[in-house]
Design a protein around this ligand. Structure first.
Ligand SMILES: *[C@@H]1O[C@H](CO)[C@@H](O)[C@H](O)[C@H]1NC(C)=O
Ligand SMILES: *[C@@H]1O[C@H](CO)[C@@H](O)[C@H](O)[C@H]1NC(C)=O
Ligand SMILES: *[C@@H]1O[C@H](CO)[C@@H](O)[C@H](O)[C@H]1NC(C)=O
Ligand SMILES: *[C@@H]1O[C@H](CO)[C@@H](O)[C@H](O)[C@H]1NC(C)=O
Length: 341
């Protein structure tokens, strides 16, 4: 009986659209949880993470999830997850103390690999380049963004060199909305970049050489309020896309998506305005993008042109399989979905 009821609900939740994409809700069993972390290893293996200490893993493309609550962290909000495979994953909790946990046994046990009790510590997001090199960004401490790196797959973390420490403006911080405001960059000069929000919205490019300062670019994105700014950075070679907006007023259209094709200096605003605030953007291929947020999901096959709104269902994060083509979304009320083309 339960099975039939579930199939019936799934059928109702497939939202039809004229442009060829459908969002198919595949799980909402954790309806009391808001998901913001999502890491899709392949078409079959994905991990999600959210508040109330909740982590989930599927090894069959999202048909079934194995739910877990790392012991001792049941009240934490895991806003960023990076999975290497079905057994190994790293999760990051926002707020204080700052903690990063790692499992190598499918989530049976979790080890604290980083803990920071500094007053005001607030980690926002992690990114990994490969199975060894990763970075995590946090809100400013003493007016400087908190940046830590790992070179051993997350087993140990160290702060970036003082030369590369980036000063924040008053009222400028990072949004921990989708775990995607920091990304590695395939560029001879820069190793990774991250974006900020609040009173200003900027892109910080951290030089590959530890003795060189970061390059800072102003972003022509909605800014000036504590709730406005850049939420997500997607990188494809030298092509960068940044999305954001005002999460308190998610219908605001002005400057929510910007595009740059050469190191972050000259930005083009999206021509067709996607409908409102977006918390995450990903590249589908060299010109295709999907962005999602409280305002729903939008897609383009042509960078800043031809954006189409294809779903009103709010989500926080969208991710494509690192190896494979499957695209999943996760958001509030325990919603996890797959995009069906
Ligand atoms: C990054 O540092 C290298 C030296 O390691 C330097 O040659 C290069 O100009 C720097 N790039 C930028 C954009 O500052
Ligand atoms: C956002 O843009 C759409 C389409 O351009 C428009 O219909 C809508 O009124 C805009 N919303 C706001 C709040 O400006
Ligand atoms: C939300 O944004 C719209 C469009 O810019 C504006 O007219 C409205 O006053 C805003 N609402 C709030 C509550 O800020
Ligand atoms: C971005 O803007 C610049 C300057 O206006 C223009 O030359 C360039 O073609 C634009 N890029 C795209 C992809 O439209």
């Amino acid at each position: 009986m339960k099975r039939y009821a579930i199939i019936f609900i799934f059928t109702l939740l497939v939202s039809q659209s004229a442009v060829g994409q459908q969002i198919s809700i595949i799980d909402s069993s954790q309806h009391h949880v808001s998901f913001r972390g999502l890491s899709v290893v392949s078409n079959t293996v994905l991990w999600v993470s959210g508040n109330k200490g909740t982590v989930g893993k599927s090894v069959d493309g999202g048909n079934h999830f194995n739910w877990m609550n790392p012991k001792g962290f049941e009240t934490r909000d895991f806003r960023s997850v990076n999975a290497f495979d079905g057994k190994t994953a790293i999760i990051m909790a926002v707020d204080s103390p700052g903690v990063i946990l790692k499992t190598i046994d499918s989530g049976v046990t979790w080890k604290v690999v980083y803990q920071n009790n500094l007053h005001g510590i607030f980690l926002d997001a992690m990114a990994f380049k490969n199975k060894l090199n990763g970075v995590c960004v946090g809100d400013p401490i003493d007016d400087h963004f908190w940046l830590i790196e790992t070179n051993d797959g997350g087993d140990s973390w160290h702060q970036v060199s003082a030369k590369q420490t980036v000063e924040a403006k008053k009222g400028e911080a990072c949004f921990a909305s989708s775990g995607t405001n920091i990304q590695f960059i395939d560029h001879p000069d820069f190793k990774y970049g991250f974006v900020s929000g609040g009173m200003d919205a900027r892109l910080f490019l951290i030089n590959a050489s530890a003795t060189k300062p970061a390059v800072i670019r102003s972003l022509p994105l909605m800014k000036g309020l504590a709730t406005t700014g850049a939420n997500s950075l997607a990188v494809n070679g030298k092509d960068f896309v940044v999305v954001g907006g005002d999460f308190k007023n998610y219908t605001r259209n002005d400057s929510t998506i910007i595009y740059n094709s050469g190191g972050g200096a000259n930005w083009n605003l999206s021509v067709q305005k996607p409908l409102g605030y977006k918390s995450c953007v990903i590249w589908l291929n060299n010109k295709g993008l999907i962005a999602t947020g409280l305002s729903g999901s939008d897609i383009t096959t042509n960078t800043i042109y031809d954006w189409k709104h294809f779903s009103d269902i709010p989500f926080n994060v969208v991710q494509k399989a690192k190896i494979g083509s499957a695209i999943f979304l996760a958001g509030g009320n325990g919603k996890i979905a797959r995009i069906v083309f």
